[in-house]
Write a protein that binds this ligand. Structure first.
Ligand code: EPU
Length: 348
């Protein structure tokens, strides 16, 4: 165990953006794929559960901590090729890849600037923002199969990407993401699809214009990690935007109009999703269910800038956070009959 660098009782809260939760019984940081396989073999031999920690920005750690081995992902290779291909290790900070791409004038990640976390998490939850999602530029995902500890390369069709979803998220026990190959577009046009972005810069903006506008929008919503921002201790969006059938969306809209929540059906934000389904706006549902921005329950509150973000103001517990989340979920269910699903992963 000592040759593997495994430590005992390591606090996890400082390694997460929510800064909540207890310690890992065992903890190790790995910098390459063979070290990863070695520590997982050790855990398997000990009959101990293991979990991977990336940037900690989409993770909720229970107050009791983790009764097993937490592996802190540090695989850090990063290679930008001339043709727009980027190979990045799972432990590389996400913004480093975005920076490298934009400094070369490569398109494909410009809307995904300002997102905390590391490369490994990007394909797991198919990170998306402002009209782009990472699945659009993933060429390959390098994985370690947990069962055999063999390295494999998956193509996008294998990854079953969806809205904040993938094979890796649906079957967390199967693969560990070790690295991602991105296929970007040297000197390609910027993506300006999101209405809010379009309104800010117009359709023929440069990559740098898009990046600047996205960073400004994120800053206004307290979705940049800034220690001076009172809303900074969060895991970003706490709930997924619900994707419902067209009929269900119409039911919600009808109810909102009948109950005078809005004056007209067009006032209810909703967006077309795949297969004729409709994406509702969870932040809007939360506010209209009576949970205003800035609502507090002790050390936990709704962000003052965005109702979809829960913030830890310091001195709280994960139990407090989950209790408030349950309260919000119940309020939205009672008001609109819509069930919100948690977005960040619970370490269990
Ligand atoms: N809205 C409200 N009240 C709020 C917040 C939002 O009414 O407090 C309404 C807005 O007016 C708008 C709609 O909800 O009509 C959508 O809001 P916004 O554009 O802020 O985006 P979002 O749907 O709340 C999603 C992602 C974010 C991503 C933004 C921008 C999810 C779960 N969240 O948020 O991702 O940055 O779009 O693309 O899909 C994250 O995953 O952690 C995250 C921050």
């Amino acid at each position: 165990m000592s040759t593997l660098g495994i430590q005992r009782d390591v606090p996890l809260a400082p390694l997460t953006t929510l800064e909540l939760g207890g310690p890992a019984k065992y903890f190790v940081r790995v910098d390459d794929e063979s070290a990863l396989a070695d520590v997982l073999r050790w855990a398997a031999d000990e009959g101990m559960p293991s979990a991977i920690l990336g940037g900690g920005s989409n993770l909720i750690v229970p107050d009791e901590g983790y009764d097993g081995l937490v592996v802190h992902m540090g695989i850090g290779n990063l290679d930008f090729r001339g043709d727009g291909t980027v190979d990045a290790g799972a432990g590389v900070p996400w913004e480093t890849v975005v920076d490298g791409a934009l400094s070369r004038d490569w398109a494909g990640l410009e809307c995904l600037t300002g997102i905390p976390g590391s490369v490994g998490a990007a394909p797991i939850q198919n990170v998306g923002a402002y009209g782009q999602e990472v699945a659009e530029v993933v060429a390959k995902v390098r994985v370690l199969r947990r069962e055999t500890l063999a390295l494999e390369e998956l193509v996008p069709e294998d990854c079953a990407f969806g809205y904040r979803d993938s094979l890796f998220k649906r079957e967390p026990g199967r693969f560990i993401v070790c690295g991602v190959r991105f296929a970007l577009r040297p000197h390609g046009p910027a993506t300006v699809r999101y209405a809010e972005l379009h309104g800010a810069i117009g359709a023929d903006a440069t990559l740098a214009d898009v990046r600047g506008a996205v960073l400004e929008l994120r800053r206004r919503k307290s979705m940049l990690i800034d220690p001076h921002d009172p809303n900074h201790r969060s895991a970003g969006s706490f709930f997924l935007n619900p994707i419902v059938s067209g009929a269900e969306a119409e039911r919600v809209v009808g109810q909102a109009v009948r109950d005078n929540v809005v004056a007209a059906p067009s006032d209810v934000p909703r967006y077309p999703a795949a297969d004729g389904e409709v994406k509702l706006a969870a932040g809007w549902l939360i506010e209209k269910a009576g949970i205003a921005k800035g609502t507090r329950r002790g050390a936990i509150g709704v962000s003052t800038k965005h109702a979809l973000t829960l913030v830890h103001h310091g001195g709280g517990t994960t139990a407090d956070l989950l209790a408030f989340a349950d309260e919000i979920r119940a309020r939205v269910r009672d008001r609109f009959g819509v069930d919100l699903q948690r977005e960040p992963r619970l370490l269990a």
